[in-house]
Design a protein around this ligand. Structure first.
Ligand code: HPA
Length: 274
């Protein structure tokens, strides 16, 4: 067995020893999406740093632990915080949690993040359903020898964002009177925010939002055959749209202002995807 497969096995075994449930639904909580943690019953928490082989997150607003439990009676595997490429981790390490979830039996994955709005029709606080992505990093977590046991060498990305799961999300938003935008997410490495020129480029290339995460996770999740839904909170208008500087504080402040509607949305999403 390759070193990588052993690493996945060791991490999954460590978690299996501590967790008695076997959820099929995984949830990755990005910057500010932690409101849903309060709903988790019978929670078993495992800090990333305890799991053999896992990298720790260093970003404020990212707790960095697994939380296993149930929400409204439905078993879930929640990642509270993620690690990012810009923290200096390899893309293999950034996406190891997707491999671990797959090994644990997760079939559907809901990824969340904070993003800058490139589309000028969007407003801070809007939720966006990611319909497709553009990888602007010139890197890919699947570079290197392919592990045939995990997935195919050339995975298809035409429907990376599961059409059926997207319909579920749209029906919830409609029922709850929540504005749900749809659009293309462009992944750049960060950690510097984009320049106004880069945002003009992103718009010309067809992006509606920009961010520093999620795409490598989607690539690996699809490689492994998991179904994916991804949601962005437009925490700010992207660089140059408004005549003001960007800050991580603005990202966190916007997230705080949408806690109530977002929480209701995610609760219902978990119910309908379970
Ligand atoms: N750019 C990149 N990532 C982000 C942004 C942004 O404007 N806002 C939140 N995450």
């Amino acid at each position: 067995m390759s070193e990588y497969l052993q690493k996945i096995d060791r991490a999954a075994a460590y978690i299996r020893e501590r967790v008695s449930i076997s959820p099929k639904l995984g949830l990755v909580l990005g910057s500010g999406w932690n409101m849903i943690l309060e709903d988790i019953k019978d929670a078993v928490r495992i800090p990333y740093g305890e799991v053999p082989g896992m990298a720790k997150s260093t970003v404020p607003g990212h707790a960095g632990e697994w939380v296993f439990g149930n929400i409204g009676g439905h078993e879930v595997c929640v990642m509270s915080g993620r690690v990012h490429y810009y923290e200096g981790h390899s893309l293999k390490d950034v996406t190891l949690p997707m491999r671990i979830m797959k090994a644990l039996g997760i079939e559907k994955l809901v990824l969340t993040n904070a993003a800058g709005a490139v589309n000028k029709d969007f407003k801070p606080g809007d939720m966006m359903l990611i319909t497709d992505h553009i990888n602007m990093t010139a890197s890919n977590p699947l570079i290197g020898a392919n592990e045939d046991a995990l997935g195919t060498r050339f995975p298809d990305m035409t429907k990376a964002y599961d059409p059926e799961m997207r319909e579920v999300a749209k029906s919830i938003a409609q029922a709850q009177g929540l504005t749900l935008r749809e659009g293309v997410y462009m992944w750049l490495t960060g950690p510097s925010f984009e320049t106004p020129a880069e945002i003009r480029m992103a718009r010309i290339l067809g992006a509606d939002a920009v961010g520093m995460s999620t795409v490598p996770e989607v690539i690996v999740a699809r490689h492994g055959g998991m179904r994916v839904l991804a949601l962005s909170c437009m925490t700010n208008m992207a660089a140059g749209v408004l005549d003001q500087p960007l800050s991580h504080q603005e990202v966190l402040d916007t997230m705080r202002s949408v806690q109530v509607p977002y929480r209701a949305f995610i609760e219902r999403l978990i119910e309908l995807l379970s």
